[in-house]
Design a protein around this ligand. Structure first.
Ligand SMILES: [Zn+2]
Length: 495
């Protein structure tokens, strides 16, 4: 018997029993749920690694890129009429990972970092909000800018003891009853000889698999189940960072708009959209890439806002983050009370683009004996807007040391742990460059991991009032299921 108690004072096992006596199909639209009406079209947007620093940085940058007044340029979702604050800790730490965070929001249960939709003992499997929605008659779509088997999108459909079991996640996606998957690829990591190709499995399960822009553009309502993954993939089968994306390549907003087009039907839809690379950029302490991906995430939300404007009495949009990443903040010791966000605009490629296009090829062709920092300086200026000659002596020294470390030429005199504190697990030279630029802009970082601060949640449309106040990420599940009038195990415990 599971003796764990939720903070609602009901045992998890007792909550599970409730499911046995209720029929999710009968629940939609019932008045006893406490809402006068229920949205037919529900959008759930998750900015991975996006708390208020990421949101606010994007708003400051958006303004700073057009004028020098001290103002913020509001994103679409910070103008929503309802906002709340959401705690993100998981069952094992005040600092959650994406797997346990999305499990909390998709199932109402806290679990351990790395676990997707299973309990802390990794025995019991939880049904997800997206699956309840599908059973309740909604069409379901999942969109992400990272691979569709990454933790956050995976937590809409998969149940695994470890988020690293990616081939198992891929197979579960292929077997899913959902209607639309769009965005990044499938890594098929862990696929063994003799294992089926998951795209073949998806086709067998009725998915139309699309991986070119022309085929994507040609998709029309009535096509049936769709798995659309981008033809251009950057690191780990993800869409390119927004700042690296070619103009004719598909964006997160494109995948969202297509989802709306394909899912729109009289019974309604539930669409989950993740801005996944905000998190990745913040892990690498690359503010420019994070800000531009936050703006791309906002562009995707604008697609939903347009739809909501056309269906105001039937649509709910909820926007949140799963946790903060990087300990990003507005303010740095060296810039005191000032910021210089216009410097962020000088960066022309993400840290990964610089690595892929400049540093990695250079490392291949040079040894620690013949590598020279001077060889890099033109590209440093081109990618980051940093003029070496204008740096102060300590930044020059920092860059010089990081360059030698990236080229493997310096015998380390400091403990390995200190090296981690300086660069995380990233290329020392590239991290040194983003740190110098970010600090000049007045942006600080404390970590290469997630942090434990709450995130902000925004809502507009039918049922939005549920999302005001200060509540836990597990409550997102309860609030969404209540708004959608889905009968799910723990909904009954909500006031
Ligand atoms: Zn995350």
């Amino acid at each position: 018997m599971n003796r764990n108690r939720t903070h609602f004072g009901i045992t998890l096992s007792a909550a599970a029993l409730i499911l046995t006596f209720t029929n999710p199909l009968m629940a939609k639209g019932v008045a006893e749920q406490g809402l006068e009406s229920h949205p037919k079209f529900v959008f759930f947007f998750v900015g991975d690694g996006m708390a208020m620093p990421q949101v606010n940085a994007a708003e400051i940058f958006k303004n700073a890129s057009v004028n020098s007044d001290i103002k913020v340029s509001r994103l679409s979702f910070t103008q929503f009429p309802t906002s709340g604050l959401t705690t993100t800790y998981d069952a094992g730490s005040f600092i959650t990972d994406s797997a346990s965070a999305m499990t909390a929001m998709m199932t109402g249960h806290k679990t351990l970092s790395g676990v997707i939709n299973m309990d802390t003992k990794k025995i019991e499997k939880y049904k997800t909000l997206a699956e309840f929605a599908k059973e309740g008659g909604y069409k379901v779509g999942v969109v992400s800018s990272v691979s569709l088997d990454h933790a956050t999108p995976a937590a809409t459909y998969a149940k695994v003891a470890s988020r690293g079991e990616m081939y198992s996640i891929d197979v579960q996606l292929a077997q899913s009853s959902f209607d639309y998957f769009g965005g990044g690829g499938l890594t098929q990591k862990g696929k063994k000889d003799g294992d089926a190709d998951v795209f073949d499995l998806a086709r067998k399960n009725g998915f139309t698999v699309v991986n070119s822009k022309a085929a994507f553009d040609a998709l029309r309502p009535g096509v049936g189940k769709v798995l659309a993954h981008n033809s251009v993939l950057q690191d780990e089968s993800a869409l390119s960072y927004e700042m690296d994306r070619a103009k004719d390549d598909l964006s997160l907003a494109d995948y969202t708009r297509k989802g709306i087009e394909l899912l729109d039907n009289p019974k309604g839809f539930f669409m989950v959209v993740e801005g996944g690379k905000i998190d990745w950029a913040c892990h690498a302490n690359d503010a420019s890439a994070a800000i531009k991906d936050t703006l791309a995430f906002d562009d995707a939300i604008v697609q939903a806002v347009k739809f909501a404007d056309a269906h105001p009495s039937e649509t709910l949009i909820v926007v949140t983050g799963d946790h903060e990443t990087g300990g990003m903040t507005i303010g740095f010791s060296g810039t005191k009370y000032s910021t210089f966000f216009e410097k962020i605009a000088l960066q022309k490629g993400s840290y990964i683009a610089f690595n892929d296009e400049v540093l990695t090829p250079y490392k291949k062709n040079h040894s620690k004996e013949n590598a020279k920092l001077e060889d890099m300086l033109a590209d440093v200026q081109k990618y980051f807007g940093i003029k070496y000659t204008e740096l102060n002596d300590s930044d020059k020294e920092l860059l010089d040391r990081a360059f030698r470390r990236s080229l493997g030429g310096e015998v380390e005199r400091v403990a390995q742990e200190n090296i981690y504190n300086l660069y995380g697990t990233y290329e020392p030279f590239t991290v040194a460059l983003t740190h110098i630029l970010n600090q000049q802009a007045g942006i600080g970082w404390t970590s290469y991991s997630h942090t434990g601060v709450p995130v902000a949640t925004f809502a507009r449309g039918v049922g939005r009032d549920l999302f005001s106040g200060y509540y836990d990420n597990t409550d997102i599940f309860r609030k969404l299921s209540k708004a959608m009038a889905l009968t799910v195990p723990v909904t009954v415990t909500m006031k």
